[in-house]
Write a protein that binds this ligand. Structure first.
Ligand code: SAM
Length: 225
């Protein structure tokens, strides 16, 4: 069977060089907006934890979000706001998908080390992408005028219902959480999809589903507050 893990005897430097060359080759081969952005991140932000942000589980959760979003609400959006947007991978995946027509995406994260990386990853979007360093609890949601608010880190939100109550009624949302209780930074996991539906209390539910991963299950809701 083909090995899918990195050889143990390779040096880190060799692998960084090889990985950069491979990603640059993939960028040339695919012509992908996102992979071109990843080349830029690897060149300009060598300390960014892109291996984590782009691991196959993270990518699977985001392709699932993108596909179900398209099926549930379609592909036409004015402003999308992604909370806990990290390195902007989901924004990049949405810009990279020709099914979607999006005027702009704002990626908000409390960690001031991620905005520069997110901007590099989404450089080709130009002014259509903004990375903001801000606490999601402190945003002026009424003034956002967002077509869609995305939060795929609900397991990191202490009181989900309290946060959702900050959004103007009628706001469309895409939410993800999980049952990965053993991860110390996860302060508000849910045991099941039903528990997540009850926790969020959305006024309209367009999609609810589960994505089983190896160590945990991810849950997603798409609907309206
Ligand atoms: C580990 S990441 C994302 C994990 C998730 N699997 C995903 O990709 O959507 C969670 C992000 O939420 C951010 N975050 C946590 N609390 C926040 C807050 N109050 N406001 C804005 N961002 C926050 C963290 O800085 C981090 O970048």
């Amino acid at each position: 069977m083909m090995k899918t893990t990195r050889p143990q005897d390779a040096t880190t430097t060799d692998w960084q060089d090889s990985a950069f060359d491979v990603v640059r080759g993939l960028s040339a081969y695919t012509g992908s907006f996102l992979i071109a952005g990843l080349v830029g991140v690897m060149a300009r932000h060598p300390d960014a934890d892109v291996g984590n942000a782009f691991n196959h589980k993270q990518v699977a959760c985001k392709t699932w979000a993108r596909d179900m979003l398209f099926e549930s609400l379609g592909g036409e959006y004015g402003r999308i706001v992604v909370l806990g947007g990290w390195y902007g991978v989901l924004a990049g995946m949405l810009f990279d998908d020709s099914r979607f027509s999006i005027e702009r995406i704002d990626s908000v994260d409390i960690d001031d080390s991620v905005a520069a990386v997110a901007k590099t990853l989404n450089a080709r979007a130009g002014d259509r992408f903004q990375a903001l360093t801000q606490d999601m609890y402190a945003l002026d949601y009424a003034g956002l005028d967002a077509d869609l608010v995305i939060n795929t880190s609900c397991e990191h939100i202490a009181n989900l219902r309290a946060w959702l109550s900050l959004l103007p009624p009628g706001t469309r949302v895409l939410l993800q959480s999980n049952d990965y209780f053993s991860e110390p930074t996860h302060i508000n996991c849910v045991p099941s999809l039903e528990a997540f539906v009850a926790q969020a209390g959305l006024s309209q539910l367009d999609y609810s589903g589960s994505l089983p991963m190896k160590k945990y299950t991810r849950f997603m809701l798409i609907g309206t507050v």
